[in-house]
Ligand binder design. Structure first.
Ligand SMILES: C[S@@+](CC[C@H](N)C(=O)[O-])C[C@H]1O[C@@H](n2cnc3c(N)ncnc32)[C@H](O)[C@@H]1O
Length: 193
């Protein structure tokens, strides 16, 4: 469970930036676990997009991922500072997910094309197609062949536009539901055909 302080920080940021926060509360444990188990077995180069107060990050660490194997990207400066304090050994980038190849290269964490999984908490569902395409293009530019993009959504269907999926030649698989999350969420895994 996120702490009271993490809830409060998250909620304050949602009041200020409702669009980019895309949720009023941090993810719960069940959703974090589901995201972590959607990664390929043995994944050790992982990128997290929109890490917020670190709810999914914490689930990854509980799942056995070492903080040094993880690069978290967060564009909100307040939340970036929360993450820096909470996970001092993790690689952390302050920036926009659209610029992921540059952020990975600058971090020195691992090379582009070496990443096993990109986990995203971004509000894809409410984004225009072009922004979705920019983010997915940036993510697949850093993923290794066979690497996956993992995304949760509060809707029942895939949050990625069908045209974007087709144009990028992506296959989509459901990884299950987190019914106990607030609100309940579904996890999807995307990979190249
Ligand atoms: C729904 S919150 C999820 C936070 C956390 N991962 C969780 O599950 O509790 C989305 C987060 O993505 C961040 N974000 C939104 N757009 C972003 C972008 N283009 N690049 C990087 N971070 C972004 C927001 O600042 C926010 O912290």
């Amino acid at each position: 469970m996120p702490s009271r302080m993490q809830w409060l920080t998250f909620f304050r940021q949602w009041l200020k930036h409702p669009r980019s926060m895309a949720s009023v509360a941090p993810s719960g444990r069940q959703l974090g676990r589901l995201m972590a188990t959607a990664l390929p077995r043995g994944a050790h180069h992982i990128v997290e997009l929109g890490a917020g107060t670190g709810a999914i990050t914490q689930a990854l660490v509980r799942h056995g991922v070492l903080p040094q194997q993880l690069l978290a990207v967060e564009m909100n400066p307040v939340l970036h500072d929360v993450l820096a304090r909470r996970f001092p050994r993790m690689h952390l980038a302050h920036g926009d997910a659209c610029h992921l190849p540059e952020l990975v290269a600058k971090s020195g964490a691992f090379a582009c094309g070496e990443v096993d999984g990109v986990l995203s908490s971004l509000g894809l569902l409410s984004m225009p197609k072009k922004l979705q395409r920019d983010i997915l293009t940036a993510a697949f530019a850093v993923l290794r062949p066979g690497g996956v993009f993992v995304q949760y959504t509060y809707g029942l269907r895939s949050p990625l536009d069908e045209d974007v999926c087709r144009q990028m030649d992506l296959r989509c698989m459901s990884a299950g539901f987190a019914w106990c999350n607030l609100p309940p969420a579904r996890v999807f895994v995307y990979g190249r055909h």
